[in-house]
Design a binder for this molecule. Structure first.
Ligand SMILES: *[C@@H]1O[C@H](CO)[C@@H](O)[C@H](O)[C@H]1NC(C)=O
Ligand SMILES: *[C@@H]1O[C@H](CO)[C@@H](O)[C@H](O)[C@H]1NC(C)=O
Ligand SMILES: *[C@@H]1O[C@H](CO)[C@@H](O)[C@H](O)[C@H]1NC(C)=O
Length: 302
Protein backbone atom coordinates (compact mmCIF):
# COMPACT_ATOMS: atom_id res chain seq x y z
CA UNK A 1 0.00 0.00 0.00
CA UNK A 2 2.63 2.49 1.07
CA UNK A 3 4.92 1.16 -1.64
CA UNK A 4 2.16 1.85 -4.14
CA UNK A 5 1.86 5.51 -3.23
CA UNK A 6 5.61 5.94 -3.08
CA UNK A 7 5.99 4.95 -6.69
CA UNK A 8 5.07 8.36 -7.93
CA UNK A 9 7.99 9.99 -6.24
CA UNK A 10 11.41 10.46 -7.65
CA UNK A 11 13.08 9.75 -4.41
CA UNK A 12 15.93 7.41 -3.87
CA UNK A 13 17.11 6.01 -0.63
CA UNK A 14 20.56 4.75 -0.16
CA UNK A 15 22.65 3.37 2.63
CA UNK A 16 21.94 5.09 5.90
CA UNK A 17 24.46 7.73 6.82
CA UNK A 18 25.73 7.88 10.35
CA UNK A 19 22.42 7.54 12.18
CA UNK A 20 20.03 8.46 9.43
CA UNK A 21 18.45 7.86 6.10
CA UNK A 22 19.54 9.63 2.95
CA UNK A 23 17.06 10.67 0.31
CA UNK A 24 17.96 11.89 -3.18
CA UNK A 25 15.73 14.09 -5.22
CA UNK A 26 16.21 15.96 -8.43
CA UNK A 27 15.88 19.72 -8.17
CA UNK A 28 12.31 20.78 -8.87
CA UNK A 29 10.76 17.37 -8.29
CA UNK A 30 8.56 16.88 -5.31
CA UNK A 31 10.08 15.20 -2.36
CA UNK A 32 8.46 12.95 0.16
CA UNK A 33 9.67 12.21 3.64
CA UNK A 34 8.52 8.60 3.92
CA UNK A 35 9.32 8.24 7.60
CA UNK A 36 6.68 10.82 8.43
CA UNK A 37 4.00 8.42 7.25
CA UNK A 38 4.92 5.95 9.98
CA UNK A 39 4.65 8.50 12.76
CA UNK A 40 1.29 8.87 14.46
CA UNK A 41 2.23 10.93 17.52
CA UNK A 42 0.24 14.15 17.63
CA UNK A 43 2.57 17.11 17.96
CA UNK A 44 5.36 15.36 16.07
CA UNK A 45 7.48 17.77 14.04
CA UNK A 46 9.74 17.66 11.04
CA UNK A 47 12.50 20.23 11.25
CA UNK A 48 15.12 21.28 8.74
CA UNK A 49 18.46 22.00 10.36
CA UNK A 50 19.85 25.17 8.85
CA UNK A 51 23.44 26.34 8.88
CA UNK A 52 24.37 27.14 12.45
CA UNK A 53 22.23 24.32 13.80
CA UNK A 54 18.98 26.28 13.91
CA UNK A 55 15.93 24.09 13.40
CA UNK A 56 13.24 25.39 11.07
CA UNK A 57 9.91 23.65 11.40
CA UNK A 58 8.66 22.24 8.10
CA UNK A 59 5.51 20.49 9.27
CA UNK A 60 3.65 19.44 12.39
CA UNK A 61 1.42 16.43 12.88
CA UNK A 62 -2.09 17.23 14.03
CA UNK A 63 -4.80 15.00 12.61
CA UNK A 64 -2.63 15.02 9.49
CA UNK A 65 0.74 16.64 8.73
CA UNK A 66 0.25 20.38 8.34
CA UNK A 67 2.79 22.72 6.75
CA UNK A 68 4.51 25.31 8.91
CA UNK A 69 4.71 28.95 7.84
CA UNK A 70 7.01 29.20 4.87
CA UNK A 71 5.95 25.83 3.44
CA UNK A 72 2.26 26.46 2.87
CA UNK A 73 2.77 27.27 -0.80
CA UNK A 74 4.51 23.97 -1.44
CA UNK A 75 2.89 21.50 0.89
CA UNK A 76 -0.69 20.39 1.34
CA UNK A 77 -1.96 18.78 4.54
CA UNK A 78 -1.43 15.06 4.13
CA UNK A 79 -0.60 11.78 5.87
CA UNK A 80 2.96 12.18 4.65
CA UNK A 81 5.12 15.25 4.35
CA UNK A 82 5.42 16.01 0.66
CA UNK A 83 7.14 19.16 -0.58
CA UNK A 84 6.15 20.12 -4.09
CA UNK A 85 8.96 21.65 -6.19
CA UNK A 86 12.12 21.01 -4.23
CA UNK A 87 14.68 23.79 -4.33
CA UNK A 88 18.36 23.79 -3.55
CA UNK A 89 17.81 25.32 -0.09
CA UNK A 90 15.83 22.24 0.89
CA UNK A 91 18.92 20.10 1.07
CA UNK A 92 20.48 19.11 4.33
CA UNK A 93 19.58 17.41 7.54
CA UNK A 94 16.01 16.92 8.73
CA UNK A 95 14.98 15.75 12.16
CA UNK A 96 11.73 13.97 12.67
CA UNK A 97 10.69 14.17 16.32
CA UNK A 98 8.00 11.57 16.88
CA UNK A 99 7.14 11.23 20.56
CA UNK A 100 10.38 10.35 22.30
CA UNK A 101 11.97 9.13 19.09
CA UNK A 102 14.11 11.19 16.76
CA UNK A 103 14.96 10.21 13.22
CA UNK A 104 17.47 11.91 10.98
CA UNK A 105 16.95 12.22 7.27
CA UNK A 106 19.51 13.70 4.96
CA UNK A 107 18.07 15.18 1.79
CA UNK A 108 20.25 15.60 -1.29
CA UNK A 109 18.80 17.91 -3.91
CA UNK A 110 20.62 17.12 -7.12
CA UNK A 111 20.69 19.29 -10.20
CA UNK A 112 20.31 17.26 -13.35
CA UNK A 113 20.76 17.80 -17.03
CA UNK A 114 18.21 16.55 -19.52
CA UNK A 115 18.63 14.69 -22.72
CA UNK A 116 16.32 13.24 -25.29
CA UNK A 117 17.60 10.30 -27.26
CA UNK A 118 15.81 8.76 -30.25
CA UNK A 119 14.92 5.14 -29.81
CA UNK A 120 17.55 2.83 -31.23
CA UNK A 121 20.35 5.41 -30.99
CA UNK A 122 23.26 5.48 -28.57
CA UNK A 123 23.24 7.72 -25.52
CA UNK A 124 26.42 9.16 -24.04
CA UNK A 125 26.56 10.10 -20.38
CA UNK A 126 29.55 12.36 -19.98
CA UNK A 127 31.66 11.76 -16.89
CA UNK A 128 35.28 12.55 -16.11
CA UNK A 129 37.12 11.58 -13.00
CA UNK A 130 40.66 11.60 -11.68
CA UNK A 131 41.67 8.00 -12.32
CA UNK A 132 45.41 8.49 -11.98
CA UNK A 133 45.48 8.12 -8.25
CA UNK A 134 42.25 8.07 -6.31
CA UNK A 135 40.40 4.89 -6.93
CA UNK A 136 37.02 3.58 -6.06
CA UNK A 137 33.97 2.18 -7.77
CA UNK A 138 32.50 4.04 -10.72
CA UNK A 139 28.81 3.37 -10.81
CA UNK A 140 25.91 4.34 -13.03
CA UNK A 141 22.36 3.75 -11.92
CA UNK A 142 19.03 4.29 -13.55
CA UNK A 143 16.72 5.34 -10.73
CA UNK A 144 17.74 2.66 -8.22
CA UNK A 145 18.73 0.03 -10.74
CA UNK A 146 22.36 -0.74 -11.60
CA UNK A 147 23.33 0.08 -15.17
CA UNK A 148 27.10 -0.18 -15.13
CA UNK A 149 29.89 -0.58 -12.65
CA UNK A 150 33.64 -0.31 -13.08
CA UNK A 151 36.14 -1.08 -10.36
CA UNK A 152 38.75 1.61 -10.88
CA UNK A 153 41.41 -0.53 -9.20
CA UNK A 154 40.98 -3.84 -10.98
CA UNK A 155 39.27 -2.58 -14.12
CA UNK A 156 36.58 -5.22 -13.83
CA UNK A 157 33.13 -4.23 -14.99
CA UNK A 158 29.61 -5.44 -14.51
CA UNK A 159 26.38 -4.44 -16.20
CA UNK A 160 22.92 -4.23 -14.76
CA UNK A 161 20.14 -6.50 -15.88
CA UNK A 162 18.59 -5.16 -19.08
CA UNK A 163 21.81 -3.32 -19.90
CA UNK A 164 23.96 -6.35 -20.74
CA UNK A 165 26.24 -5.84 -23.73
CA UNK A 166 24.93 -2.32 -24.23
CA UNK A 167 27.17 -0.25 -21.99
CA UNK A 168 30.82 0.68 -22.35
CA UNK A 169 33.44 3.24 -21.50
CA UNK A 170 36.33 4.11 -23.81
CA UNK A 171 39.28 1.71 -23.24
CA UNK A 172 41.67 4.57 -22.42
CA UNK A 173 39.75 5.66 -19.31
CA UNK A 174 42.66 4.82 -17.05
CA UNK A 175 45.03 7.24 -18.76
CA UNK A 176 42.67 10.13 -19.49
CA UNK A 177 39.98 9.72 -16.84
CA UNK A 178 37.22 9.77 -19.46
CA UNK A 179 34.52 7.58 -17.96
CA UNK A 180 31.80 8.71 -20.34
CA UNK A 181 29.32 5.88 -20.55
CA UNK A 182 27.87 4.87 -23.88
CA UNK A 183 24.53 3.10 -23.87
CA UNK A 184 23.77 1.46 -27.20
CA UNK A 185 20.36 0.87 -28.74
CA UNK A 186 18.27 3.00 -26.41
CA UNK A 187 14.84 1.53 -25.68
CA UNK A 188 11.73 3.33 -24.43
CA UNK A 189 12.06 1.61 -21.06
CA UNK A 190 15.53 3.12 -20.62
CA UNK A 191 14.05 6.51 -19.88
CA UNK A 192 14.59 7.74 -16.38
CA UNK A 193 17.05 9.43 -14.08
CA UNK A 194 20.64 8.33 -14.40
CA UNK A 195 22.99 8.89 -11.51
CA UNK A 196 26.73 8.69 -12.12
CA UNK A 197 29.22 8.77 -9.28
CA UNK A 198 32.31 7.25 -7.79
CA UNK A 199 31.86 5.34 -4.59
CA UNK A 200 34.83 5.63 -2.31
CA UNK A 201 35.05 5.06 1.43
CA UNK A 202 31.29 4.48 1.40
CA UNK A 203 30.71 7.97 0.08
CA UNK A 204 29.50 9.02 -3.33
CA UNK A 205 31.69 11.56 -5.05
CA UNK A 206 31.24 13.53 -8.27
CA UNK A 207 27.54 12.75 -8.26
CA UNK A 208 25.89 13.73 -11.52
CA UNK A 209 22.35 13.22 -12.69
CA UNK A 210 20.88 13.06 -16.17
CA UNK A 211 17.19 12.81 -16.87
CA UNK A 212 16.82 10.92 -20.12
CA UNK A 213 13.76 10.78 -22.31
CA UNK A 214 13.43 8.50 -25.28
CA UNK A 215 11.94 10.03 -28.38
CA UNK A 216 10.49 8.10 -31.33
CA UNK A 217 12.96 6.49 -33.66
CA UNK A 218 14.35 8.73 -36.37
CA UNK A 219 12.79 8.51 -39.81
CA UNK A 220 14.74 6.53 -42.32
CA UNK A 221 16.27 8.70 -45.08
CA UNK A 222 13.78 7.51 -47.79
CA UNK A 223 10.90 8.82 -45.73
CA UNK A 224 12.47 12.23 -45.28
CA UNK A 225 11.30 13.87 -48.49
CA UNK A 226 12.42 17.49 -48.93
CA UNK A 227 9.72 18.09 -51.56
CA UNK A 228 6.78 17.84 -49.22
CA UNK A 229 6.79 21.55 -48.32
CA UNK A 230 3.41 22.35 -50.02
CA UNK A 231 1.64 20.35 -47.29
CA UNK A 232 2.08 23.13 -44.72
CA UNK A 233 2.49 26.51 -46.43
CA UNK A 234 3.58 29.26 -44.07
CA UNK A 235 3.85 32.55 -46.01
CA UNK A 236 5.47 35.36 -44.04
CA UNK A 237 2.73 37.60 -42.66
CA UNK A 238 3.06 41.29 -41.75
CA UNK A 239 0.39 42.91 -39.61
CA UNK A 240 -1.25 44.89 -42.42
CA UNK A 241 -1.40 42.00 -44.81
CA UNK A 242 -2.19 39.42 -42.16
CA UNK A 243 -5.77 38.99 -43.30
CA UNK A 244 -4.75 38.43 -46.89
CA UNK A 245 -2.00 36.09 -45.80
CA UNK A 246 -4.35 34.11 -43.63
CA UNK A 247 -6.78 33.75 -46.52
CA UNK A 248 -3.98 32.76 -48.87
CA UNK A 249 -2.65 30.33 -46.30
CA UNK A 250 -6.12 28.84 -45.84
CA UNK A 251 -6.56 28.42 -49.58
CA UNK A 252 -3.11 26.90 -49.89
CA UNK A 253 -3.80 24.59 -46.94
CA UNK A 254 -7.07 23.41 -48.42
CA UNK A 255 -5.48 23.03 -51.83
CA UNK A 256 -2.53 21.28 -50.21
CA UNK A 257 -4.76 18.98 -48.22
CA UNK A 258 -6.76 18.17 -51.34
CA UNK A 259 -3.59 17.63 -53.32
CA UNK A 260 -2.22 15.46 -50.51
CA UNK A 261 -5.40 13.47 -50.37
CA UNK A 262 -5.40 12.95 -54.12
CA UNK A 263 -1.81 12.46 -55.03
CA UNK A 264 0.57 12.22 -52.18
CA UNK A 265 -1.33 10.49 -49.43
CA UNK A 266 1.63 8.47 -48.32
CA UNK A 267 4.19 11.24 -48.16
CA UNK A 268 1.97 13.97 -46.77
CA UNK A 269 0.29 11.60 -44.35
CA UNK A 270 3.63 10.72 -42.88
CA UNK A 271 4.49 14.36 -42.44
CA UNK A 272 1.22 15.23 -40.75
CA UNK A 273 1.13 12.45 -38.22
CA UNK A 274 4.83 12.42 -37.51
CA UNK A 275 6.81 9.54 -36.13
CA UNK A 276 4.01 7.02 -35.82
CA UNK A 277 3.06 7.04 -39.49
CA UNK A 278 6.69 7.26 -40.48
CA UNK A 279 7.40 3.93 -38.90
CA UNK A 280 8.59 5.19 -35.53
CA UNK A 281 7.17 4.67 -32.09
CA UNK A 282 4.00 6.58 -31.15
CA UNK A 283 4.62 10.19 -30.23
CA UNK A 284 2.86 9.77 -26.90
CA UNK A 285 6.02 8.08 -25.81
CA UNK A 286 7.70 11.42 -25.52
CA UNK A 287 4.74 13.00 -23.81
CA UNK A 288 4.33 10.46 -21.07
CA UNK A 289 5.28 12.04 -17.81
CA UNK A 290 8.37 10.32 -16.71
CA UNK A 291 6.86 9.66 -13.29
CA UNK A 292 4.74 6.93 -14.84
CA UNK A 293 7.67 4.62 -14.51
CA UNK A 294 7.05 2.30 -11.62
CA UNK A 295 9.56 3.49 -9.15
CA UNK A 296 10.38 0.97 -6.50
CA UNK A 297 11.67 2.54 -3.39
CA UNK A 298 14.38 0.43 -1.94
CA UNK A 299 17.12 0.79 0.55
CA UNK A 300 19.72 0.23 -2.11
CA UNK A 301 23.44 0.58 -2.05
CA UNK A 302 24.90 3.99 -2.22
C1 LIG B 1 1.20 19.82 -4.26
O1 LIG B 1 1.05 18.91 -5.35
C2 LIG B 1 -0.14 18.14 -5.27
C3 LIG B 1 -0.08 17.12 -6.38
O2 LIG B 1 0.22 17.70 -7.58
C4 LIG B 1 -1.34 19.05 -5.39
O3 LIG B 1 -2.53 18.30 -5.31
C5 LIG B 1 -1.29 20.05 -4.24
O4 LIG B 1 -2.36 20.96 -4.37
C6 LIG B 1 0.02 20.79 -4.23
N1 LIG B 1 0.06 21.61 -3.02
C7 LIG B 1 0.49 22.87 -3.01
C8 LIG B 1 0.36 23.59 -1.71
O5 LIG B 1 0.97 23.41 -3.98
C1 LIG C 1 -0.45 13.02 -0.19
O1 LIG C 1 0.50 11.97 -0.07
C2 LIG C 1 0.38 10.96 -1.02
C3 LIG C 1 1.44 9.92 -0.71
O2 LIG C 1 1.34 9.48 0.58
C4 LIG C 1 0.56 11.54 -2.41
O3 LIG C 1 0.37 10.55 -3.37
C5 LIG C 1 -0.40 12.68 -2.64
O4 LIG C 1 -0.13 13.28 -3.88
C6 LIG C 1 -0.26 13.70 -1.55
N1 LIG C 1 -1.23 14.74 -1.75
C7 LIG C 1 -0.92 16.04 -1.79
C8 LIG C 1 -2.05 16.97 -2.00
O5 LIG C 1 0.22 16.45 -1.66
C1 LIG D 1 26.12 -10.67 -24.18
O1 LIG D 1 27.20 -11.14 -24.98
C2 LIG D 1 27.64 -12.44 -24.63
C3 LIG D 1 28.89 -12.75 -25.44
O2 LIG D 1 28.75 -12.32 -26.77
C4 LIG D 1 26.50 -13.44 -24.86
O3 LIG D 1 26.92 -14.73 -24.50
C5 LIG D 1 25.31 -13.04 -24.01
O4 LIG D 1 24.23 -13.88 -24.28
C6 LIG D 1 24.91 -11.59 -24.30
N1 LIG D 1 23.88 -11.21 -23.35
C7 LIG D 1 22.76 -10.56 -23.73
C8 LIG D 1 21.76 -10.32 -22.66
O5 LIG D 1 22.57 -10.20 -24.87
Amino acid sequence: MAAQTLRAFLVIFHLPLVGGLAVDTILGDRVQFPETEQCSERGATLQHTLTGGIGQTVARLEDVWKPAAGYKDRMSPNETVVLNRSNINDQGLYRLSCGSEEKRIHLNVITSSEKSVPEGQAAAFIFHYFTAGELGMYRVKRNTQLVFELDLSSGSTSQGSGFENRTSVAPHWRTDGDLTLTLQGVKPEDRGDYFLYVLKDRKRGHLQAVRMRVSPALNTPEERNPEQIPCTPQPPCKEKTALICVSVAAVLLIAGAFFCGQKMARICGSKVSGGAAAGGAPTELEMQPYTDTPFPVVNGHA
